[in-house]
Design a protein around this ligand. Structure first.
Ligand code: PMP
Length: 336
């Protein structure tokens, strides 16, 4: 049934689920929850709305306080900016400089103030995006949203994303594959499935270089490397990240993440972002390892529009050493 909406915020959540067809899923059925279809283009719209609502309820926002500050890979910023623009709040976002230009342009177009900082420093360094955001909030007397420890973040997934998935799959789900940025999605879904479908296994998709797979397997935090996938992977365990129910973890190299996202577009017509490539690659590995039919679900975390000049661009892939450079050939062949 067609439905009319009274504001963009009503369009957040209730996203569709798509069964993957055309990729090798072994004996399994694989489903994708299309979070790219949220109005801001990502799963983070849910928490943008939830964290602003919670802060308003707790009187940390609204009234005199109309300024929010957040550290974000971009998508939480887009979710917050969408809601902040509707409510007339001022929003300052601190973003590591590896994030795509398209996200920055989109945020500025929504009226957010964007502060770029270094991507190559770890937690504890004053230029680290989270430390810098906290410092700006303190200096300016603004509300620091803090998706990394704000309880409204996992709660939005425990009460929203999780129940939606269970309902859409008729309560039949054997494994849920998630990545971790703040940990909100994984923690919220873990908590919901522990109650609703207790046999559902939580599976972690981690970019190679992130410390989280090591934490799942050994309980120790190793040395972080670097990776190009945006929005997931960590050099610490955020307070909102509860890995205790994760049974299996995969470390996915950038090349495999990007190739998988490109395959998804060509095979299923879904234009997804780089973190989806990581999640889908891990989900496909998990599916192919199974010996009996299982139902597996993962997320399309954000839209691929923001990555058209990066992983969907062959020249960028070549510059990163992720695909072989095509022979230049004779330019006259191209113009004749
Ligand atoms: N994918 C993308 C593209 C993201 O931006 C994020 C969050 N930064 C995530 C996945 C991870 O979600 P969460 O913060 O809930 O762990």
């Amino acid at each position: 049934m067609l439905q009319n909406y009274r504001g963009i915020i009503e369009l957040i959540g209730n996203t569709p689920i798509l069964k993957v067809d055309g990729l090798d899923t072994g004996p399994c059925e694989l489903y994708l929850k299309l979070e790219n279809q949220n109005p801001g283009g990502s799963i983070k719209d849910r928490i943008g709305l939830a964290m602003i609502r919670a802060a308003e309820r707790e009187k940390k926002l609204g009234g005199e306080q109309r300024h929010l500050v957040e550290a974000t890979a971009g998508n939480t910023g887009l979710g917050l900016a969408l809601v902040a623009a509707q409510r007339g709040y001022t929003l300052t976002l601190v973003i590591p400089d590896k994030m795509s230009q398209e996200k920055i342009f989109h945020l500025r177009a929504l009226g957010a103030e964007v502060v770029m900082t270094r991507s190559d420093v770890e937690k504890g360094h004053p230029a680290y995006y989270q430390d810098l955001a906290q410092e700006i909030a303190r200096r300016e007397g603004a509300f620091y949203v803090d998706q990394f420890s704000n309880p409204a973040n996992p709660f939005a997934h425990e009460t929203g994303t999780g129940p939606e998935i269970a309902k859409q799959l008729g309560g039949r789900l054997h494994a849920m594959v998630c990545g971790v940025g703040s940990g909100g999605t994984l923690t919220g879904l873990s908590r919901y499935f522990a109650k609703a479908i207790s046999s559902c296994e939580m599976v972690l998709a981690d970019p190679e270089g992130s410390v989280l797979k090591g934490v799942v397997e050994t309980g120790r935090i190793g040395r972080a490397g670097t990776w190009l996938v945006e929005g997931i992977g960590e050099d610490f365990v955020p307070p909102n990240c509860d890995l205790s129910r994760v049974k299996r973890a995969y470390a996915i190299p950038d090349r495999e993440s990007f190739e998988t996202a490109r395959d998804l577009l060509r095979t299923c017509g879904v234009l997804a972002g780089s973190s989806t490539g990581t999640l889908l690659a891990a989900a496909l590995r998990y599916c192919r390892e199974q010996t009996s039919p299982r139902r597996v679900c993962t997320l399309v975390c954000d839209s691929g529009n923001k990555y058209l000049s990066k992983m969907f661009n062959d020249f960028w892939m070549q510059d990163q050493g992720l695909t072989e450079r095509a022979p230049t050939g004779d330019l006259r062949d191209l113009v004749s």
